[in-house]
Design a protein around this ligand. Structure first.
Ligand code: LLP
Length: 389
């Protein structure tokens, strides 16, 4: 397909730049989320006509303002722990439970029971649960997560399908599952799969719909096919931007083949990644054996993705955005770990000095939500900015 250039990021605009520098003056490290970008992504997803249900995977970023924005846009929410479910209802007490999905993995049984009592849609992904705790699930309508036997994603650590993955009922055990389910009056109304995160292969979701529809027919009572999340975002200029129109067209095509079912998705990253930046201050600028390093006051404690997945995030010197990016730097954090590196080699201005405000881009998904206190460092702060502020 054709490669469209990445859109100019929101934080390059004069007004937002100024706002970000003002926020950085109140302390770093600091995540800032741009709500108009969140809204724009939600509206793009709403325009995908083949979809009947859209849920936001809140693990990507459970910030209250983001949840409110997405719920206002009409999205539902997908949660993976009782903590996330309770966070959602504390923030949005008016939210109808039917707009919330609970899709846990190996969670304690008490979390399933509490989620069912709340009236949210619960997804199970093994038969052992029903066998061991029949009374928790008796006479319920549930969704079933299937392992389609293959996975995908931007890194092996986010691949959630196939034999090595802990997720989903084996396709080999569907009949056994249905026997046990029928025995306790459980009806399967939704069928779910999520094969990985940051999936570049655009044929992926179409194939999933087809495979899930096959299982749905076998089961009989299924109304909804949930194809998970995994929509990618372009983190670098070398990444081909995700072609949402082609994705939508593919879904429309495959939906026409299986018109009996509603189609659901549950992306996290797509909705929030590009809306977030991490602001940090330069601590020291050091040369060692020909390598120039910029140290930041944010490290893998604030944004784990580079250390955990070798993930790439663009980095800019926000204090000197108009200076030439003329020199290769390694950009590192203050954590006592060799993997505390944001970029081994990135062009940044040679004018960079301590105390400059540096910006790490596309950090709105799996940034703060994976942050830790490692090395006894404080969690980053968080702000949102909106239009007309
Ligand atoms: N649904 C289920 C069942 C999931 O497990 C996930 C993500 C999603 C939806 C949302 O996936 P998304 O659309 O955001 O790709 N920490 C990793 C990503 C882990 C994703 C885990 N599950 C990262 O930073 O790349």
């Amino acid at each position: 397909g054709h490669v469209r250039p990445r859109a100019t990021p929101w934080w390059r605009a004069q007004q937002q730049r100024r706002q970000l520098l003002e926020l950085a003056a109140q302390g770093t490290p600091r995540y800032v989320y741009h709500l108009p970008t969140v809204r724009e992504r939600a509206r793009q997803l709403k325009a995908v006509a083949a979809l009947d249900r859209r849920y936001y995977a809140i693990k990507a970023n459970p910030h209250l303002a983001i949840l409110r924005t997405l719920v206002e846009e009409g999205l539902g929410l997908e949660c993976v722990s009782l903590g996330e479910v309770e966070h959602v209802f504390a923030a949005l007490p008016e939210l109808a439970p039917s707009r919330v999905l609970f899709t846990p993995s190996f969670a304690p049984i008490a979390e399933y029971a509490a989620a069912l009592a709340r009236g949210v849609n619960v997804t199970v992904d093994n038969v052992e649960l029903l066998r061991r705790w029949p009374d928790v699930f008796r006479d319920r309508a549930l969704w079933l997560r299937i392992d389609l036997g293959h996975g995908d994603g931007h890194h092996r650590k986010v691949n959630t399908g196939g034999k090595e993955a802990k997720f989903g009922l084996s396709a080999q055990r569907v009949d056994e599952f249905l026997d046990v389910a029928r025995g306790i009056g459980v009806r399967i109304t939704g069928i779910h799969a999520h094969l990985g995160s940051g999936v570049e292969n655009s044929g992926h979701w179409k194939q999933m719909v087809d495979e899930l529809a096959g299982f749905a027919r076998r089961i009989g009572s299924v109304e909804i096919l949930d194809i998970g999340g995994g929509l990618p975002v372009p983190y670098s200029d070398d990444d081909e931007p995700f072609d949402l129109d082609a994705w939508a067209a593919g879904l429309a095509e495959i939906k026409a083949v299986h018109p009996a079912f509603q189609l659901a998705v549950e992306p996290g990253r797509f909705l929030v990644a590009e809306a977030g930046v991490l602001l940090a201050r330069t601590t020291q600028v050091v040369e060692k054996d020909g390598v120039r390093r910029i140290g930041l006051d944010a490290g893998m404690n604030a944004l784990l993705r580079p250390a955990l997945y070798d993930a790439w995030h663009d980095i800019a010197n926000l204090s000197r955005l108009d200076d030439a990016r003329d020199v290769d730097f390694s950009v590192v954090g203050p954590i006592c770990e060799s993997s505390d590196v944001f970029a081994q080699r990135v062009k940044l201005p040679s004018t960079t000095v301590p105390d400059d405000v540096m910006l790490i881009a596309d950090a709105g998904a799996y940034g703060f939500s994976m942050a830790s206190h490692y090395n006894h460092r404080a969690l980053p702060r968080e702000d949102v900015i909106d239009d007309a502020q």
